[in-house]
Design a protein around this ligand. Structure first.
Ligand SMILES: NC(=O)c1ccc[n+]([C@@H]2O[C@H](COP(=O)([O-])OP(=O)(O)OC[C@H]3O[C@@H](n4cnc5c(N)ncnc54)[C@H](O)[C@@H]3O)[C@@H](O)[C@H]2O)c1
Length: 452
């Protein structure tokens, strides 16, 4: 059928309209796509922001499992020529045949003291810590300042940050790792169990993975805990006693660490030494530990709870002064043999050890409180209650024969002398008006027999 000029015009007009509509539709969908992309980007930024540092269910910043974006950011910030220079400088030993030690948990209580002692004798020390908020991070920052005054550089990163760990091992041929970073504390495990798994198991495995692949492989000395003895009935606790009855998740993760250490020693030839610390105390200590918060509460006139066992006995601890533990850590590092593997391949059997580091004289918690009362010149407001089922054990008591035989470990500070040093630091650090008596004025209560 022939088409009239009018029909042709109409068709052209319709096709023009379709083109216009298509263009409009395209423009509208591009706008929509652009907006959707923007929205997704904003959501991602928001998610990453709230996850760094991670916040736990109870609202605290926690040592919870970390996500890749955090690691990217840690590795990103830890870069640049001046950063690498600091890492190298801090790790370089200043004595002949000195060690180059990576200290994890260096902003922690034991980590700070060990780092200072190593640096003092001429070893190179590089610290690593994630500064989590399990307890007041400002105390960790103050320890960091102290380390920095002694030319010890601290890398802020998580144990699970593989790129960062790889980077550090690329820059520095560490001879040793003193691995102290962990989620500590027995009672907190009921509140935030995942933080124990993230740091004490996943974090430890990550560190071992990086160390086993390093060339040279470092020798590793790491912190286990007296808590692995759990419900052990032998007394004093010896390394040969059973450790398959942990009373807390914390203890279970430390016990898992000992088994994991066995595996990495067996497969990859890593030299591994586990140290079972017994209730370490002293200046720059941990605010979550009884001697620390008792001091705070006694000074503030608050009531303190002293636990007794369900049988009515006093709870006792083998309190070990920090300087003794530091000597034990250095002794273990000095006697650690080299790892036998390289680049993930084992070339022969390697050393695998476990030692108790305690004080060998348990003291009932009631006596700890009497000593603090004497030192602070304040009477405590005490309440004796039956120990709740929270992971605590009734007593601890170390047999340290093995550590003495292998590296001369011999604790020399008794609880009264150690607490005096702690209280002196405490009143200075927190600016408490010192009612602390001088050495000769202090009336200490008569020694009591221990329960352990
Ligand atoms: N103090 C004791 O009485 C005692 C007793 C037995 C065992 N230990 C063990 O000794 C070690 C040191 O204890 P401490 O008293 O100095 O504790 P601490 O909490 O003061 O120090 C541990 C440090 O590790 C850091 N950290 C935790 N998880 C980390 C992670 N995933 N990545 C990087 N850093 C992380 C923390 O920020 C902290 O600064 C720990 O392994 C602890 O379990 C301590």
């Amino acid at each position: 059928m022939a088409t009239s000029p009018e029909t042709t015009k109409l068709e052209r007009y319709n096709s023009y309209l379709r083109r216009v509509n298509n263009t409009k539709l395209l423009a509208a969908s591009s706008k929509l796509l652009f907006r959707a992309t923007l929205l997704i980007a904003l959501v991602l930024v928001f998610v990453f922001t709230i996850n760094y540092p991670p916040i736990g269910g109870d609202g605290n910043f926690l040592n919870a499992p970390m996500h890749t974006p955090n690691f990217l950011s840690a590795a990103f910030y830890g870069s640049g020529a001046s950063w690498e220079k600091q890492v190298r400088h801090s790790s370089t030993p200043r004595r002949p045949n000195g060690f180059s030690v990576l200290v994890t948990g260096a902003a922690g209580f034991v980590g700070t003291h060990c780092s200072l002692a190593l640096k003092k004798r001429g070893d190179g020390v590089l610290g690593l810590d994630n500064f989590n908020s399990y307890y007041d991070p400002s105390l960790k920052r103050a320890r960091q300042k102290l380390l920095s005054r002694h030319q010890i550089f601290l890398v802020e990163a998580d144990l699970n940050d593989t790129p960062m760990l790889n980077k550090l091992f690329d820059i520095v041929p560490f001879t040793h790792v003193l691995h102290l970073a962990a989620q500590a504390g027995v009672r907190y495990a009921m509140q935030n169990p995942q933080s124990y798994v993230a740091s004490n198991i996943a974090g430890f495995v990550n560190l071992l993975e990086v160390a086993k692949a390093a060339n040279p492989q470092p020798a590793i000395v790491w912190a286990s805990s007296s808590s692995v003895y759990g419900l052990n009935k032998e007394n004093p606790f010896s390394e040969r006693d059973r450790t398959d009855q942990p009373a807390s998740l914390y203890a279970a993760t430390k016990k898992a660490g000992e088994e994991i250490a066995h595996t990495y020693n067996h497969i990859y030839g890593l030299s591994l030494t586990g140290l079972r610390f017994f209730t370490v105390y002293g200046p720059w200590g941990r605010p979550d530990m009884a001697y620390f918060f008792f001091t705070k509460d006694i000074l503030q006139g608050k009531e303190i709870s002293i636990y007794k066992t369900p049988e009515g006995k006093e709870v006792a601890r083998d309190f070990t002064y920090i300087d003794d533990v530091v000597k034990g850590c250095l002794g273990a590092l000095d006697t650690a043999q080299k790892s036998t593997g390289s680049g993930g391949q084992k070339h022969g059997p390697a050393q695998l050890r476990v030692y108790n580091l305690g004080n060998t004289s348990p003291v009932p918690v009631g006596r700890l409180v009497s000593i603090l009362e004497g030192l602070l010149g304040v009477k405590a407001n005490k309440r004796v209650i039956t120990m709740p089922r929270n992971g605590d054990v009734p007593y601890t008591h170390a047999n340290v024969t093995l550590a003495h035989k292998d590296f001369g470990y011999k604790p020399t500070t008794d609880l009264a002398a150690g607490l005096r040093k702690f209280v002196k630091w405490y009143v200075g650090y927190y600016g408490v008006q010192p009612r602390v008596k001088k050495e000769n004025d202090v009336e200490l209560p008569a020694p009591e027999s221990s329960h352990a």
